[in-house]
Write a new protein. Sequence first.
Length: 157
Amino acid sequence: MWQTNLLITIASFLCMEAVAWLTHKYVMHGLLWNLHEDHHKKNPSSFFEKNDYFFLIFAIPGILCLAAGIYGTYTHLAFIGLGITIYGFAYFMVHDIFIHQRFKFFRNADNFYFRAIRRAHKMHHKHLGKEDGECFGMLWVPLKYFAEAMKRKQTHA
């Protein structure tokens, strides 16, 4: 039984990357651009951004699944909610702490994976408008950035 719950949690976590990519491309750079726009400004005017509302928006499905799974009869929903919540934590750690340095941790982290996601995110932010964006994922980015990161490490070794 615990193996099934673990698989559900892992599958939910992995599916969230696709959900994040699709939501980032079509909702954040589409219908709700007005909330995401300040995240693409070069010099934010404050620590908090309107973009931070997405934290709440994305937390709701995880909370609902956790509650329905814990307090209802569909216990598998709790593990779906757990996968969503773990992804949200990973997203926060990678995006807000590692990439954007909102808190000064992991400043010197340097391996090919971290270089790849940092470079892909930098390419995403070179576009200040909602059109012509690229690299909408977070934990998995196009392979060319992993290849660049590996090549860069070899030339600096």
